[in-house]
Design a protein around this ligand. Structure first.
Ligand SMILES: NC(=O)c1ccc[n+]([C@@H]2O[C@H](COP(=O)([O-])OP(=O)(O)OC[C@H]3O[C@@H](n4cnc5c(N)ncnc54)[C@H](OP(=O)(O)O)[C@@H]3O)[C@@H](O)[C@H]2O)c1
Length: 252
């Protein structure tokens, strides 16, 4: 039986982190915010090594670019082998297609998004479980979305992939509690990045609200993070369900 315990917490200061999709958007902001908050080292896990060059030029040996495609199981295994000292892993890389459920390309869009956003999470979690479980303090951060909780028809298949990823994130939280691995589920609304533009949002909150929210949430040990203005409105309605159902201790 898993009775209510003190939450696991972690301070990013002096920690070694891995961030996927660290070359642009929210991932880049997370990498930079971790460094500003005193992280010892951040591995920039990117598809194209040269895309991390501006951060390498700026931060020198506090960062290291490593290649990964989260669609590729073997590439994730190689990433984990190259980052055996990781204490905080951020699964940020994600993709979005605009596909209404009845559009002709919905099936292809769902398969594509599911492979990156959902199965990609599984691949990352499986590859890093032994590394994180061996650390004294460890955390796994998953970039979910408000679309994990509410399906938005113009990007319905993306919402479905993020709902499935949120479900798996809950499973990781319960499965890893005994191993001392903190799990954080992040649920942004529109954030000003290329992806938000693709989804039809011309404005959004700045990327650093997500990154600074993650640093803070890791310190306090909360499971859900609703970082921006729109996400906080959804959180206000969702809070009781989240606390009493999703975060409630599992009783066997
Ligand atoms: N922006 C928002 O409004 C918003 C809201 C809620 C949740 N999110 C979530 O937050 C995360 C980051 O979003 P973002 O807005 O920063 O997106 P973005 O600007 O589109 O950047 C996506 C990042 O993911 C990387 N990526 C895509 N496919 C990959 C793959 N197969 N393997 C490795 N890396 C891959 C991209 O690398 P390349 O540069 O090589 O393409 C890029 O670094 C995503 O999981 C997204 O679903 C975003």
């Amino acid at each position: 039986m898993n009775t209510k315990q003190q939450p696991l917490t972690i301070d990013i200061q002096d920690k070694v982190a891995v961030v996927t999709g660290a070359n642009r958007g929210i991932g880049r902001s997370i990498a930079e915010t971790f460094l500003q908050a005193g992280a010892k080292k951040v591995y920039l896990a990117v598809r194209q090594l040269e895309s991390a060059q501006p951060l390498v030029a700026q931060y020198g040996d506090r960062v290291q670019a490593v290649q990964v495609d989260v669609a590729d199981h073997a590439a994730i295994q190689r990433l984990a082998q190259q980052t055996p000292d990781a204490q905080v892993v951020v699964n940020n890389a994600g993709v979005l297609k605009t596909a209404d459920p009845t559009s002709p390309d919905a099936e292809a869009a769902l398969a594509f998004e599911f492979n990156i956003n959902t199965v990609g999470l599984l691949r990352m979690a499986q590859a890093y479980q032994p590394i994180l479980a061996a650390q004294d303090e460890a955390a796994f951060v998953q970039l979910n979305s408000v679309a994990s909780i509410k399906n938005f028809a113009p990007f319905s298949t993306y919402s479905a992939s993020k709902a499935a990823a949120y479900s798996l994130t809950q499973g990781l939280k319960d499965s890893w509690a005994e191993q001392g691995i903190q799990v954080l589920s992040v649920h942004p609304g529109p954030i000003a990045t290329d992806m938000a533009k693709q989804a039809g949002f011309d404005d959004g909150d700045p990327v650093d609200v997500v990154a600074t929210g993650i640093v803070q949430a890791l310190k306090t040990g909360q499971f859900h993070l609703f970082p921006d203005s729109m996400a906080k409105q959804i959180e206000a309605a969702y809070h009781d369900y989240a606390e009493n159902v999703i975060e409630a201790p599992v009783v066997e």
